[in-house]
Design a protein around this ligand. Structure first.
Ligand code: UGA
Length: 445
């Protein structure tokens, strides 16, 4: 736990605009390390739930910290950005930047918030921090917007401070980050940002990267694109392994063990999903095109990712032949483990394709059921993997939940009609599945 017992620690009045994934996690963590946090959002029903200590989404450890800090009075939720700007020395912009149809980031909410901040700016200095994932030049546009709407505003800076938190481990990633990136153009802004992050910097090994504003903005898109590139590379190797009869787990281990490369993010599967990678790399592709740099690498990463789930589906069809009327059990719906987030989840693409072919789909997910019922109501949802698998003619694993590594496979074997597993995340042990009588298909094997 990070604590603020350090005598030199000075709590800062922090305002967070946007109580989504990034904003809420950031606000909760800042209040937990001792700052005084105001968090604003335009959704009044969400604010009411948050005041009661209820998180609008599932994230391990979040609700507990939310309750603790609301109770301590260090974290408050309000609806008025003017009030927030008046009472915060550092204002974090954490609104969403959804993709436009051509992949560009839609910055209308960032601009709207910049205008609201402009009108609310007091005479005293304010530091405005871009934490939303945005393309390069956004901080400059925010500065321009504030100057345009408040030509008299003198005492403010805009900095870029991208986040690197992953859903499912957002608290840990915020409290113990590898690095804190701050893109600033004034000493005053840099100093204030050091004070904001002081407890984390003092008590963890986090590296503070103080860079130019444009560099900070590019670090964010660059990091996500490289991680996505590693995943697509793993899926490329998996394809090659399937075609030549090699084993992708062995090959990728052999590649990743080189410390220069690393094994993280080299797991093949049915492709990356979520609210970040697909959106961010499309936005980065667009930025590259705009600034006259070839986006060929990024385009290839996107193409391979799209192929990953299609190849998996083709394999299911090849093995099962006719899908019409087949009973298929899908285990795992969220785009990754430890979240209930279904945005761009490969499971949904797979389920919709199976349903289109006439398959009868049952499903189980430890956390995403409620959201999935809304997204694909045609599926029969079960309370546990065994109930979902009963009478099925194939099991399809779409999410790398830990729970699936510990399935009682002999029990599962007795429940299914046909013992076939298609493991889109390579989470089930092949030898154990085969010993229990299943025919097992992993990715890249
Ligand atoms: C990602 C980045 O990891 C964070 O650093 C970043 O802050 C965040 O985006 C963001 O921009 O907000 P996240 O989308 O939560 O975080 O999830 P990841 O853990 O990166 O996984 C993304 C997808 O890649 C998942 O669908 C996962 O199943 C897949 N994946 C991951 C693989 O297919 N193979 C791997 O080896 C790793």
């Amino acid at each position: 736990m990070i604590c603020s017992m350090d005598k030199k620690f000075k709590p800062i009045r922090i305002g967070i605009i946007g109580a989504g994934y990034v904003g809420l996690t950031t606000g909760v963590c800042f209040s937990d390390i001792g700052h005084q946090v105001l968090c604003a959002d335009s959704d009044s029903s969400k604010l009411e739930r948050l005041r009661q200590g209820e998180s609008p989404f599932f994230e391990p450890g979040l609700e507990e910290l939310l309750r603790k800090n609301v109770a301590s009075g260090r974290l408050r939720f309000i609806s008025d950005n003017t009030e927030l700007v008046a009472n915060s020395d550092v204002i974090f912009i954490c609104v969403n930047t959804p993709p436009k149809s051509d992949g560009r980031a839609d910055l209308r909410y960032v601009e709207q918030v910049a205008k609201e901040i402009a009108f609310a700016l007091p005479d005293e200095y304010r530091l405005i921090v871009d934490k939303s994932t945005v393309p390069v030049h956004t901080a400059e546009k925010v500065t321009e917007t504030i100057r345009r709407y408040r030509p008299d505003a003198k005492s403010f800076d805009v900095v870029s401070n991208p986040e690197f938190l992953r859903e499912g481990s957002a608290i840990e990633d915020t409290m113990r980050p590898d690095r804190i990136v701050v893109g600033a153009s004034s000493d005053r802004a840099r100093q204030l940002m050091r004070e904001v992050y002081q407890p984390i910097l003092n008590q963890t090994k986090a590296e503070l990267c103080e860079v130019s504003i444009r560099s900070a903005e590019l670090i964010k898109h660059g990091a996500n694109t490289l991680l996505a590139t590693k995943i697509s590379f793993a899926n490329l190797i998996a394809d090659a392994c399937e075609n030549v009869g090699a084993n992708a787990s062995e090959v990728l281990h052999g590649i990743g063990i080189d410390r220069r490369i690393g094994e993280a993010f080299l797991k093949p599967g049915i492709g990356f999903g979520g609210s970040c990678f697909p959106k961010d790399i499309a936005a980065f592709r667009h930025t590259l095109q705009t600034v006259g740099v070839s986006p060929a690498l990024v385009t290839a990463v996107e193409e391979i990712n799209d192929t990953a789930y299609r190849r998996f589906l083709q394999r299911i069809e090849r093995v099962l032949w006719v899908l019409d009327g087949k009973r298929i059990c899908v285990l795992g719906l969220s785009f990754k483990a430890n979240t209930d987030d279904l945005r761009n989840a490969p499971s949904l693409r797979i389920i919709r394709a199976l349903l289109k072919e006439g398959a009868v789909v049952s499903a189980y997910d430890p956390k995403a059921r409620a959201k999935a019922q809304h997204a694909v109501p045609e599926v029969k949802y079960a309370d546990n993997p065994y109930a979902a698998a009963e009478g099925s003619e194939a099991i399809v694993v779409c999410t790398e939940w830990d729970e699936f590594t510990q399935l009682d496979l002999p029990r599962l074997r007795k429940l299914v009609l046909m013992p076939i597993i298609f493991d889109g995340r390579n989470v089930i042990n092949r030898a154990s599945a085969e010993a229990a009588g299943f025919t097992y298909y992993g990715v890249g094997h």
